[in-house]
Design a protein around this ligand. Structure first.
Ligand code: NDP
Ligand code: 8X3
Length: 250
């Protein structure tokens, strides 16, 4: 029997690599994102019987509902939901951050993720499915400039554990994956399009790749049905931790 994945943020980075990974393994994939031409490229690469493109902005609850309602036969019985669409905007300290950026992160990383999960819970319960929520080390370890982005990812990790508790006995599995630095379009988005800054961050650092994360997502989603990885924190070897900071009187 063919299984079905729905992954958000499939136009780039982790989401695109996840769509490729599952489609290549013979799954049906509902690939979501705003950039329709990139979703079409996934359809072209894997075939329309394998990949269905669902172009919508996850912050638009009506568009999300319409896209789910419009899923064709063969793509409705979702077994795995990967809530991956998300973003960081800015690295300024809270006192200089953009409120508009904060709201965009909350609407995308928190509100949209909860809305889509709520919408798909009935089918996931019926199919004893899997939810993989893409969180971040930024939700576990604070760093200067992480403020609202880190807060949204702390929500994702804690919401995932809460789902585990509520879905007790249903057979539905829930994992929060918490990656560290991976080279995708993430930093390009965070810097509002500064390619030089993005390239400089990753240069020489051997960051993780989108494919590294997609492989982890595929792994947790295809474990034997009696196993649940609650949280999976993963970093490149080149990234670790620095100490606390101390402000001193003059
Ligand atoms: P990318 O910028 O490469 O991909 C982000 C994806 O999210 C895109 O496909 C984008 O699609 C989608 N997206 C963003 N906003 C919306 C929206 N409003 N509606 C629909 N889709 C949206 O970054 P990553 O692949 O790195 O990021 C994926 C997830 O991983 C994010 O949640 C991020 O926070 C998280 N993460 C990333 C890390 C990293 O170092 N790269 C580390 C830890 C976590 P489109 O623009 O076409 O709509
Ligand atoms: C992305 C990882 O460390 O840039 O979530 O916040 S980090």
């Amino acid at each position: 029997m063919t299984s079905t994945l729905l992954v958000t943020g499939a136009t780039s980075g982790f989401g695109r690599a996840t769509a490729d990974r599952f489609a290549s393994a013979g799954w049906r994939v509902v690939a979501c994102g705003r950039r329709a031409e990139r979703l079409q490229a996934l359809v072209d690469a894997h075939g329309a019987e394998r990949v269905h493109a669902a172009a919508f902005d996850v912050r638009d609850a009506d568009a999300m509902a319409a896209a789910i309602d419009a899923l064709p036969d063969g793509f409705r019985d979702i077994d795995v939901l990967v809530n991956n669409a998300g973003l960081a905007l800015g690295t300024a300290p809270a006192q200089r951050a953009s409120l508009e950026d904060w709201r965009t992160m909350i609407d995308t990383n928190v509100a949209a993720l909860a809305t889509l999960t709520h919408r798909l819970l009935p089918v996931l319960i019926a199919r004893r499915g899997v939810i993989v929520n893409v969180s971040s080390v930024a939700g576990v370890y604070p760093y200067p400039g992480g403020n609202v982005y880190g807060g949204t990812k702390a929500f994702v990790s804690q919401f995932s554990l809460g789902l585990r508790a509520d879905l007790h006995g249903t057979g539905v599995r829930v994992t929060a994956i918490e990656p560290g630095m991976a080279e995708t379009e993430f930093t390009l988005v965070r810097t509002h399009g500064d390619r030089t800054a993005s390239d400089a961050l990753y240069r020489g650092a051997r960051p993780m790749t989108a494919e590294d994360i997609a492989e982890q997502i595929f792994h947790v989603a295809t474990l034997p049905p009696h196993l649940n990885i609650n949280r999976l924190e993963i970093m490149p070897v080149s990234q670790s931790f620095a100490g606390f900071q101390v402000a001193r009187d003059e």
